[in-house]
Design a protein around this ligand. Structure first.
Ligand code: ADP
Length: 176
C-alpha cells in the first residue's frame, strides 16, 4: 500500500538578509536561486551602522529595486525589499518566514555562517537556515572588494550592473 503524504498548502516564505552595500551579481544570483525555493522572498537590508556602509539604507534599497525591475524571474514569485535593524530572528518571525537564506562563497565564509546559523537556531528553532552557492563566475564577488576597486577608479562592471557601477562612480567622485 502506498503511504499517504500530507501536502502543506502554506506559503513558503524566505528572508534573505544582508548589507547589500551595494548589490552585486553574486547577490542577484542568490536571489534568483532563492526564488526557486519560496513563494515570497523578503530581501532584508540591514541598516548595519556597525559596518559603516558606503550607501544609505535608502540608496541600497533603491539599487536593489532597480536591479529586480530589470530582471525577469521565471517563477511566480513575490519579492519584497525591507530594511531591518532589529534582531534577524525576530524580523523573520514577524514576516512569518520559515527559511533564512544565506549565500556561501569560499571556505572563509563558513565558520562565521555556521556560528550564526547555530545561534539563530537556538533562538528560533523553527527557522531553517539554507545556504546557497552562487554560480562559479559570481562566487568570488564581494561588496567590499567592489568598493575598493571603485575607490581606486577601476572598472566594476564585471561585478555589478551598469546602474550600480554608476552610483559607485558618483559616490567616489564626491568631494570628501
Ligand atoms: P552581510 O553583511 O550579511 O555579510 P552581504 O551583503 O555582504 O551582507 O551578504 C549578504 C549575503 O549574501 C551573505 O550570506 C553573503 O555570504 C551572500 N553573498 C554575497 N556575495 C555573494 C557571492 N558572490 N556569492 C554567494 N553569496 C554571496
Amino acid at each position: 500500500m502506498m503511504g499517504k503524504v500530507k501536502m502543506s498548502k502554506r506559503l513558503h516564505i524566505g528572508v534573505y538578509p544582508g548589507t547589500f552595500d551595494p548589490i552585486t551579481f553574486g547577490h542577484m544570483d542568490i536571489i534568483q536561486r532563492a526564488t526557486r525555493l519560496v513563494d515570497r522572498l523578503i530581501v532584508a537590508v540591514a541598516t548595519n551602522v556597525s559596518k559603516d556602509p558606503l550607501f544609505s539604507v535608502e540608496a541600497r534599497i533603491e539599487m536593489i529595486e532597480n536591479e529586480l525591475r530589470n530582471h525577469s524571474f521565471s517563477q511566480d514569485i513575490e519579492i519584497i525589499i525591507k530594511p531591518f535593524d532589529n534582531l534577524l530572528v525576530n524580523f523573520a518571525k514577524k514576516e512569518e518566514a520559515q527559511l533564512l537564506i544565506r549565500g556561501l562563497r569560499a571556505v572563509s565564509d563558513f565558520e562565521y555562517e555556521f556560528q550564526m546559523a547555530g545561534t539563530n537556531r537556538k533562538m528560533s528553532p523553527d527557522l531553517e537556515t539554507v545556504f546557497l552557492v552562487a554560480s562559479e563566475s559570481y562566487q568570488l564577488i564581494a561588496s567590499n572588494l567592489v568598493k575598493e576597486i571603485a575607490r581606486l577608479n577601476g572598472d566594476t562592471t564585471p561585478f555589478v550592473s551598469a546602474q550600480v557601477a554608476e552610483k559607485l562612480r558618483e559616490r567616489f567622485s564626491e568631494p570628501i
